[in-house]
Design a protein around this ligand. Structure first.
Ligand code: HEC
Length: 68
């Protein structure tokens, strides 16, 4: 997920994303064209009350140390 100014305008206005866009990538960073990103949007919409994120409460506590 990545967010930018007015990026939500690419989506149907009946399904707002709070300017997030969704994409799935392969490990070589190419886009996985087999993914239906409506799936991402659908599930993450359930978290619209916390910025569409499931872990919004944990983000401020992350100190930058990679998880092993
Ligand atoms: C069936 C529900 C579901 C679908 C579909 C789904 N996600 Fe998630 N996503 C979750 C859950 C639950 C978490 C939190 C996982 C955790 O606790 O570590 C999460 C976490 C994330 C996060 C980390 C930020 C956050 O919300 O906590 C990103 C980024 C993300 N998902 C992107 C995507 C993308 C992109 C897609 C589609 C390719 C997608 N998700 C599809 C349920 C879903």
């Amino acid at each position: 997920m990545e967010k930018g100014p007015d990026w939500g305008l690419d989506y149907d206005e009946s399904l707002p994303t709070d300017d997030w866009q969704f994409q799935r990538f392969w490990p070589d960073r190419s886009v996985n064209m087999d993914e239906n990103t409506a799936r991402c949007q659908s599930c993450h919409s359930s978290q619209s009350g916390s910025g569409f994120l499931f872990t919004a409460n944990r983000v401020p506590r992350f100190d930058g140390t990679p998880v092993e």
